[in-house]
Design a protein around this ligand. Structure first.
Ligand code: IZC
Ligand code: ZN
Length: 425
């Protein structure tokens, strides 16, 4: 068989081929590493993984010499607010003065200022901006991303955001998986009746399902936003309509959102900075993936980070994400998140790589197709300009990606983006 692509002379190949299910607890320290390896690709799928010598038997349209460097699966970013209008650099001064994130929101800024900018933006503008940020995510090694709505808080704008995310999935090489986060903040006209607002968001679920605009439904369970009781009732209705659910849980104040994520069998519980011991225990005994977002603690200038060590040491499945958004984590640099996970979450290198590949894929129900290099699976590959996987976590603040292939097609190489005409299927 003539291969389309052969990447050979790989120093370290992380296949992340662990079998089924997200990795929990001590299993997160295991890392399948092949040395002196090669990967062969045909029709967008991995068809050969083996030693460099064996690869010589295969002819290939394109041969890439990895020069002894690191190759991993394309990274998966399971929590972003990708599609939005405007930006929030003016909040930096407030942050420096010590104004808390939730106070800025209470005064009508924060999320609500992005809502105003997103309402104003046309679909074309949002598409162009979303594509710009996706390119950046891709340049840092991300080939699959989750994207939330939540900057509309009305039917027209929420649907506009979700349609843009769907169009991005069709047009851009990076796969985009959508989440409906209409319950992201309380619009001013509903400030005394947030239940009526949630009812309005529930009424949108049928059209979202019908038009296949989102797979997941999420809610911001937080002081001054939605309570645990409201979140439970809202997500139960979403589940009854056939959606899988996610929760912004215990991001700033410890309300008990972590327990709720486990109770509802959410696909993921996200943030979990204030998660209680009981919440962590419940998560460890569930199939819910803990998605940790240390970039947010960093950017909100907090001392407190999620207790990743306690979670992993007690058997949780942990994934990592940028939380890319214009307010609390304006960065597409998932490699910096990996540095923070090492320094602030005290995660081991092996745990970190599992958390941005296989576990991140399970956090968005893509465990069977993304985050691994496996025979028969789509060939999403990253060639790193790094000699080994620990190096990327150590040399921080720069981009180590040399090239990225999505379904076997080169879509990025050090500063150059390539068209990919075949839509991702
Ligand atoms: O725009 O501030 N936490 N939602 C919940 C966010 C952060 C995004 C934002
Ligand atoms: Zn978020």
């Amino acid at each position: 068989m003539k291969l389309d692509l052969l990447v050979t002379n790989i120093g370290q190949l992380l296949t992340m081929d662990h079998g089924n299910g997200p990795l929990k607890g001590a299993d997160m320290s295991t890392l399948p590493v092949l040395t002196h390896a090669s990967v062969g690709v045909k029709d967008g799928k991995v068809v050969f993984i083996g030693p460099r010598e064996e690869a010589k038997q295969h002819e290939a349209e394109t041969v890439i010499d990895a020069k002894g460097k690191l190759v991993t699966p394309g990274l998966v970013d399971p929590h972003t607010h990708l599609v939005f209008g405007g930006s929030r650099e003016h909040e930096m001064m407030l942050k420096q003065q010590g104004v808390p994130y939730l106070d800025i929101l209470k005064q009508g800024g924060g999320i609500l200022s992005t809502v105003a900018a997103t309402k104003k933006a046309t679909e074309e503008e949002l598409l162009e901006k979303g594509s710009f940020h996706l390119n950046r995510l891709l340049s840092f090694g991300v080939t699959t991303v989750e994207a939330k709505s939540g900057y509309g808080l009305d039917e027209e704008t929420e649907l506009k955001q979700l349609r843009v995310a769907k169009a991005l999935n069709e047009q851009h090489p990076v796969e985009v998986i959508s989440t409906f986060l209409g319950a992201h903040a309380i619009p001013p006209q509903y400030k005394d009746d947030s239940n009526a607002f949630l009812d309005e968001m529930v009424r949108m679920l049928d059209v979202i399902k019908e038009e296949e605009l989102a797979e997941f439904v999420d809610i911001f369970c937080e002081t001054g936003v939605f309570t645990v009781e409201q979140s439970r009732a809202f997500l139960q209705q979403a589940k009854a309509k056939g959606f899988d659910v996610k929760i912004h849980a215990d991001e700033i104040d410890p309300l008990g959102g972590t327990e709720l994520a486990a109770e509802l069998e959410a696909v993921s519980g996200d943030h979990l900075v204030g998660a209680s011991d009981q919440g962590i225990f419940m998560l460890a005994n569930s199939d819910t993936v803990a998605v940790l977002l240390p970039g947010t603690s960093f950017y909100l200038a907090k001392e407190k980070f999620a207790r990743a060590r306690t979670m992993i040491d007690n058997g949780c499945a942990v994934a990592l994400s940028t939380d890319f958004n214009p307010g609390s984590s304006p960065t597409e640099n998932i490699q910096f998140i990996m540095n923070l996970a090492a320094l602030k979450l005290k995660m081991k290198p092996e745990e970190i790589w599992n958390a941005v590949t296989v576990n991140a894929a399970y956090a968005i129900n893509r465990g069977n197709r993304a985050g691994q290099i496996k025979i028969g699976q789509q060939a999403d590959l990253v060639l790193w300009d790094a000699p080994n996987y620990e190096y990327v976590l150590y040399h921080y603040g720069v981009n180590h990606v040399h090239a990225v292939w999505k379904q076997g097609v080169k879509v990025y190489e050090r500063g150059i983006f390539f068209e990919r005409n075949v839509p991702v299927s």
